[in-house]
Design a protein around this ligand. Structure first.
Ligand code: UFG
Length: 332
């Protein structure tokens, strides 16, 4: 019995596959390398010292996915694959809706056809929109501000409806906060192909000299220093959340919704300062206008994940900065 991991060569996917293999799970990866590269597969094998089956297929292609399900005994799916750039989703909404929703439809059709009943979905704290207060609990109202976020919210609703029609199915919706850091080995991490949109990948490129200066998007937010506050979580912790979620869906039915964060908020300038302290590298920055759609503060209430999954994020911000930088140093 295998676990199918879509987007297993990506940032969060690769770290999760390592831990599944280390736990002796049989893993099948499907990835089309849209936002990842083939060399990650060998790095996963090196770290875990185990092998897995791989298909360079597109999960929106029904024929290809039918072959994967026909040829393997798939017990559960962890679905990471998807487009994830907020700004691009505003410019190309059709591309985002089409890819991120069709992939869910195809996977669920295959689940129905082949009797697979367990699904873990890569959702996002973006589904909370502009929260009325922090920390954010799982039962807070949901809304979105861009097509990317809407695809996450729509997928959550589609999966919830499908589970209602199949009461013996078990679905976990994991709402990630801001994953950063990298595996201790320095072999796998986040490697954006273009100029990064997210804070930590941008800082890493400034630190390595590839980019000149960090633009801090606004210093007039309602936060302790005026810059935006987020809940940064080490990707290795986040990956462990998926292993726990797989255990949960294997042993229950229903829809299970969890925040995966640390419960602590750090501002943009806190991150810059912590990065400088952890690595000894100065980060040149300047304050610019706010980025449209950004919110003041976003951090998780972590109680439900702790109580029901036994999940507690362990790495602190220093470790996240060091491990992120270590990955860059290994991949120069
Ligand atoms: N920021 C900068 N400069 C940059 C990049 C970011 O100042 O160059 C600031 C942002 O304004 C924000 C903070 O750093 O205050 C974090 O921004 P990120 O882009 O790293 O992350 P977001 O919180 O905006 O979004 C991330 C993911 C989304 C996900 C969301 C969930 O990119 O996919 O977390 O909370 F939906």
């Amino acid at each position: 019995m295998a676990i199918l991991v879509t987007g297993g060569a990506g940032f969060i996917g690769s770290h999760t596959v390592v831990q599944l293999l280390e736990n002796n799970q049989e893993v099948i990866i499907v990835d089309n390398f849209y936002n990842s590269s083939a060399d990650v597969l060998d790095k996963i094998r090196t770290i875990a010292n185990k092998d897995f089956k791989f298909y360079e297929y597109d999960i929106t292609c029904k024929e290809q996915m039918d072959e994967v399900f026909r040829d393997n005994d798939i017990e559960a799916i962890i679905h990471f694959a998807g487009y994830k750039a907020v700004g691009e989703s505003v410019e190309k909404p059709l591309m985002y809706y089409s890819n991120n929703l069709v992939s869910t439809f195809v996977l669920c059709e295959m689940m129905e056809k082949y009797g697979c009943k367990r699904f873990v979905f890569s959702s996002s704290a973006t589904v909370y929109g502009k929260p009325a207060s922090v920390p954010i609990k799982e039962d807070f109202p949901l809304s979105t501000t861009n097509p990317y976020g809407t695809t996450k919210l729509m997928t959550e609703r589609i999966l919830t409806d499908i589970q209602f029609a199949h009461p013996d199915w078990s679905i976990a919706l994991l709402r990630y906060f801001n994953p950063i850091g990298a595996h201790k080995s320095g072999l796998i991490g986040e490697n954006p192909k273009d100029i990064p949109n997210n804070l930590m990948p941008y800082i890493l490129k400034v630190a390595s000299g590839e980019l000149e200066c960090l633009n801090v998007f606004g210093d007039d937010y309602d936060t302790h220093d005026g810059t935006g506050v987020r809940d940064y979580i080490h990707v290795v912790d986040l990956a462990r959340g998926h292993v726990l979620a797989i255990n949960k869906v294997m042993n229950s039915s229903g829809v299970h919704i969890y925040n995966l964060g640390t419960g602590k908020g750090y501002s943009v300038l806190d991150i810059v300062n912590n990065f400088e302290r952890a690595t000894g590298i100065k980060i040149k920055y300047k304050i610019t206008d706010r980025r449209p759609g950004d919110i003041d503060e976003c951090y998780a209430d972590t109680a439900k994940a702790k109580e029901e999954l036994g999940f507690v994020a362990e790495a602190d911000i220093d470790e996240m900065c060091k491990d992120g930088w270590n990955f860059v140093m290994h991949n120069k």
